[in-house]
Design a protein around this ligand. Structure first.
Ligand SMILES: [Zn+2]
Length: 56
């Protein structure tokens, strides 16, 4: 299963390269890629929070 990077629609047929939602050619990323990116974003948010707390 892969998600479209344009609108978040998902497909199991990335080889077709057509987004089922907007019927356009989209880039796809796997669920694993998304989870990894979310982990990175959470880590970054935590760092930002620490910075903000230090300022207050
Ligand atoms: Zn799309």
């Amino acid at each position: 299963m892969a998600y479209s990077t344009c609108c978040g629609a998902y497909t199991t047929m990335t080889e077709m390269d057509i987004c089922p939602d907007c019927l356009d050619h989209c880039d796809w990323e796997s669920q694993e890629d998304i989870e990894e990116r979310e982990r990175d974003e959470q880590a970054e948010n935590q760092i930002e929070e620490i910075k903000i707390n230090k300022l207050n």
